[in-house]
Design a protein around this ligand. Structure first.
Ligand SMILES: Nc1ncnc2c1ncn2[C@@H]1O[C@H](COP(=O)(O)OP(=O)(O)O)[C@@H](O)[C@H]1O
Ligand SMILES: [Mg+2]
Length: 371
């Protein structure tokens, strides 16, 4: 691993875009992170990953066209990480495949969401080159993105969750009717169907009856070979806590996303107005329960650096359920993670500084953090 060079700026590799359906959201997150990085302290290399996985060197992070999400185009030169004798280096390749160094890489900020970014794949690549990186390690990322694995790890820790079952695509393909009957015997609609490994509500449906459940499963299996079927809660409030830290962990009070749609779908998240209330206007004991569960959930998956833990709060019964953990939470101007920290006195640029410090600290400690 290379540490920051004395008297020099820290060389940060900012990664965004990528092969996930959340490509555009990642560009939005990266734009915010880029704007928050102090140019006096950091030399930033902005690398956009195209939708088919090519790493390209860009001059900044693409802007969003009106009413749409930004995307990484085809124009940038191909770059790659190379481990040289002295340090990991970003190398630019010309058409003749001769490489020229862009610069050494001290630390990477993967502002990536979903598959091939938040799931341990990019983390594995960075770890194998000895590049310190922001956020959870390989195993924690892989557990965090997989709703099936995440839920079993949470259950082992005794965290309260909504009743759910998982279905494999091969089971479904063998006998859809029997699978449907079994599911409906165990769980009565309304239900939610979710691909195990996605994010931003992609591939998620609310199902009111057997026909909708069938359609919901078909859709989920379009994204993953495993689907989660879960009881739908009505009249829930959605609360989210920010978590930061390696060996010692800080948790924010919950914030609330107030949306008008039936659920917090992709359009509600990024393309239409949504109101964030930080901190959420909930009784003190509800906030404390969320904070305690957020810490437990973070430790349960073995996260480090950062995460956002999401909850369903049923006001009528007072019940709080852990919904999920996101190991690379949205960092866009409409996301919850920056404002929950701002409400605790940690402004966005300091938050980004802190994340880079935590990445370097984790690398120095050899990534050994017992839960
Ligand atoms: N069991 C449920 N009851 C009520 N609403 C739900 C339930 N599961 C998901 N939702 C709604 O769908 C959204 C996305 O689901 P979530 O599990 O958080 O997936 P993602 O990883 O895509 O964010 C939630 O924010 C919520 O609005
Ligand atoms: Mg969610």
């Amino acid at each position: 691993m290379t540490g920051p060079r004395a008297g020099d700026r820290l060389h940060v590799l900012l990664l965004f875009g990528g092969r996930s359906p959340e490509h555009g959201v990642s560009c939005l997150s990266a734009r915010s992170v880029h704007a928050a990085l102090d140019p006096d302290r950091y030399t930033v290399m902005t690398v956009g990953i195209t939708r088919d996985g090519r790493w390209t060197l860009l001059d900044g992070v693409p802007e969003a066209p009106e009413g749409a999400l930004p995307a990484v185009g085809e124009r940038g030169d191909t770059v790659g990480l190379v481990r040289t004798r002295t340090a990991p280096v970003l190398v630019r390749f010309g058409d003749t495949f001769e490489g020229r160094s862009v610069g050494p890489v001290d630390v990477c900020f993967p502002a990536l969401h979903g598959p091939y970014g938040e799931d341990g794949t990019v983390q594995g690549l960075l770890a194998s080159f000895g590049v310190p990186y922001v956020g959870a390690d390989v195993a924690s990322s892989a557990i965090g993105i997989d709703k099936r694995q995440m839920k079993s790890v949470f259950a082992a820790r005794g965290l309260p969750q909504v009743r759910h079952l998982t279905v494999h695509r091969h089971e479904w393909e063998q006998d859809p009717s029997a699978t449907l009957d079994e599911l409906l015997e165990e769980l009565s609609p309304p239900l939610f169907t979710k691909p195990a490994r996605q994010g931003s509500s992609i591939g998620i449906r609310r199902c009111e009856d057997a026909a909708e459940l069938r359609a919901g499963l078909e859709e989920a299996f379009g994204y993953d070979r495993v689907a989660v079927v879960e009881r739908a809660l009505d009249g829930v409030r959605e609360l989210e806590c920010g978590v930061l830290g390696n060996a010692t962990v800080r948790v924010t009070r919950p914030g609330e996303t107030v949306h008008t749609g039936r659920f917090y779908d992709f359009d509600a998240k990024y393309l239409s107005p949504v109101r964030l209330q930080c901190p959420a206007d909930v009784p003190g004991h509800v906030a404390r329960t969320c904070m305690q569960h957020a810490r437990e959930a973070y430790l349960a998956v073995g996260a480090r650096g950062m995460a956002r833990v999401d909850f369903f709060y049923v006001e009528d019964t007072g019940a709080v359920y852990v919904n999920e953990i996101n190991t690379i939470p949205g960092l866009t101007p409409k996301s919850m993670f920056p404002p929950v920290w701002a409400a605790e006195g940690l402004a966005y640029p300091r938050l980004v500084d802190r994340l880079l410090e935590l990445a370097l600290e984790a690398a120095r400690a050899g990534e050994r953090y017992p839960p």
